[in-house]
Write a protein that binds this ligand. Sequence first.
Ligand SMILES: Nc1ncnc2c1ncn2[C@@H]1O[C@H](COP(=O)(O)OP(=O)(O)OP(=O)(O)O)[C@@H](O)[C@H]1O
Length: 363
Amino acid sequence: MSSSVNIILTQCSRTFSGGHTALQPLDLHINAGETLVLLGPSGCGKTTTLRIISGLESPDQGGRVQFGGQDVTTLPIEKRDVGMVFQNYALFPNMSVADNIAYGLKIRRLSRSEIEQRLAEVMRMVDLEGFGERRIEALSGGQKQRVALARAIAVRPKVLLFDEPLAALDAKLRDRLRLEIGQLLRKLGTTAVYVTHDQDEAMALGDRIAVMQAGRIAQLGTPQEIYHQPANTFVADFIGAVNRLVVTGKGADGQLTVPGGELTAPHLQEALSVYCRPEDIEVVALADAQVKGRVLQSIFLGQSQQLMVDTGGATPIQVKASSRQHWPTGAAIGLTLPPQALFHPELSHSKLATTSAKEQANG
Ligand SMILES: Nc1ncnc2c1ncn2[C@@H]1O[C@H](COP(=O)(O)OP(=O)(O)OP(=O)(O)O)[C@@H](O)[C@H]1O
């Protein structure tokens, strides 16, 4: 296998004719061998970024793309040594599975025996053994995507690029292929960039995730960082479910008054609102509750139960509770929100630590 390369984008913007800026000037460093996921809502610039990396699209004047120290900005896709996998497979429908996979190898004029060997290798890797003579039309969606994957890795590219490869597949197949792609990427160690708008897919596959918003990167970090330390309210709201509780008063000793009760959050004294994930909220006896409310709705999900609790605020609090206990609509319920589970994106822990260190120095 070819050794992996890093990818560096420098000041890559893209303005389309008509003046629409799809991508603001972007600086991005993708480590050699890592899988970077570009995640974000429709139209945020994920595909444009991927196409700039692939060479299908050029950045505006001044933008630069480097692979492993080599400037590839002006190289077309066929000279960049990239493998691509698309949502719509982009296979040759009239050719067999083997001919599709071997296509790039023939163009590269590999010997017959080398081609045979690589075919066998990649077909084993994507679990398509015995399918070589099948026609593409006679395959399921999942099998077609395996062929596309095999074709992309067969040429042993420097970089693998994925544009929503699982979007057309049903949920169960998507989960399975996601797992397999993850294993394959770890095994190959090829630098990969993966575009999706599916958070679960991003979390499962990304060594790091770049969350994009309106042509910019809103946050770049590991899945854990993105989920537990969102850098801003956009990321906090976009990734996973999150409750936002408006703070209506502040007491001594870090007490924050929110609809339905008071929370202990000494690290969030400045907050105007407090964020908390549904799974971090505990259901407790009313006598022990910090926040009290009434169940508006309970949705049984098998593994858990989603409760919507009215605590008198503008929006109900979402709680992920055990699915064992039945909560009829209107039931009184007690909640506890542990201090460590409370956060405010714009008041990150590090920022607060710096502030308090400064305050201490001044005081
Ligand atoms: N060739 C083009 N000409 C004009 N505008 C374009 C072109 N390609 C993309 N855009 C616009 O640029 C913006 C970013 O598009 P892009 O395809 O990168 O978004 P995306 O995040 O991949 O979205 P999606 O998830 O819907 O595919 C969008 O507003 C889109 O309409």
